[in-house]
Design a protein around this ligand. Structure first.
Ligand SMILES: [Fe+2]
Ligand SMILES: [Fe+2]
Length: 276
């Protein structure tokens, strides 16, 4: 057995190593090793790094522009592998997003708890990817077997300049949207007797509440540092960087559990005809 490659000495460099590693299994394995080293104090400095504009990706899946993606279905007997593949792709992006927020916003005097939170998010996103990949194999498929959406990193690129923008768009909007839509998907799959997929989605759903909570927590921190109120900062960031606005209905129970006040997001709903 070959020795695992030694880890970089700082958290930012280790995060960048994940981002520049193309193989998904290796990304997940590195995530676990780095998190353990951080938690044990073997990596104790955050340091500084230059993360890539886009994370390294394996040769497959083929990445397609959103409009060229084949439509997927959750109807009985079809599209199950397609759904799992799409979700696995989202989770792999989520692994990179967690490491990107660590590597990109260094030098802002953030407390250790900030890094603890996003290291933990990275660990959970890697678990989600592995869980979905394993579930996908039960359907005689695997990650890379079909095309995937190439638009998922756009939110990261558009918000790479500002931590408040990143928090507003990624955990507080895109991940919170996952909380809004997952219960209906779970109910549909349960009605179809897809208990294994339902069990995987329920694990993910519980973790995603914590990820939204981390987004809200650090938005409050950034707002306090900037001497402004978090609801106003969220609204300003969303208007500037997510012009499509928010879609109702919201899963207020899950958002409440994440500490995300309804008063922050309900005023930002845009009627369909005004969405850009
Ligand atoms: Fe996830
Ligand atoms: Fe997440």
């Amino acid at each position: 057995m070959t020795e695992p490659t030694p880890l970089p000495r700082t958290l930012a460099a280790a995060a960048t190593l994940v981002l520049t590693t193309p193989d998904p299994q290796e990304k997940c394995a590195l995530t676990g090793r780095i998190a353990a080293a951080w938690q044990a104090g073997d990596i104790c400095d955050v340091g500084k790094a230059v993360p890539p504009d886009r994370p390294a990706r394996p040769a497959t899946p083929l990445l397609l522009p959103p409009r060229e993606m084949p439509k997927r279905s959750t109807g009985p007997g079809k599209g199950r592998a397609g759904l799992l593949h799409a979700l696995a792709h989202i989770e792999l992006n989520a692994v990179d997003l967690a490491w990107d927020i660590i590597a990109r916003f260094t030098g802002q005097d953030l407390p250790r708890a900030f890094y603890d939170d996003w290291v933990q998010v990275a660990v959970e996103e890697a678990e989600h990817f592995e869980l979905l990949e394993a579930t996908l194999r039960r359907y005689d498929s695997f990650y890379g077997a079909m095309p995937a959406h190439d638009g998922l990193w756009q939110a990261a690129e558009k918000t790479a300049h500002d931590l408040a923008a990143r928090l507003a768009v990624v955990p507080m909007t895109l991940e919170a949207r996952g909380l809004d839509t997952t219960p209906a998907t779970v109910a549909r799959l349960r009605a179809q007797g897809e208990e294994v997929v339902v069990a995987a989605l329920e694990v993910i759903y519980a973790d995603e509440i914590k990820h939204v909570a981390a987004g809200v927590r650090w938005m409050r921190h950034v707002a306090e540092c900037r001497g402004t109120d978090p609801a106003g900062l969220y609204a300003a960031m969303l208007t500037a960087h997510f012009p499509g606005g928010l879609k109702a209905p919201f899963n207020e129970a899950a958002r409440d559990q994440a500490g995300f006040p309804a008063a922050w997001y309900t005023p930002l709903v845009k009627p369909v005809e005004e969405r850009t």
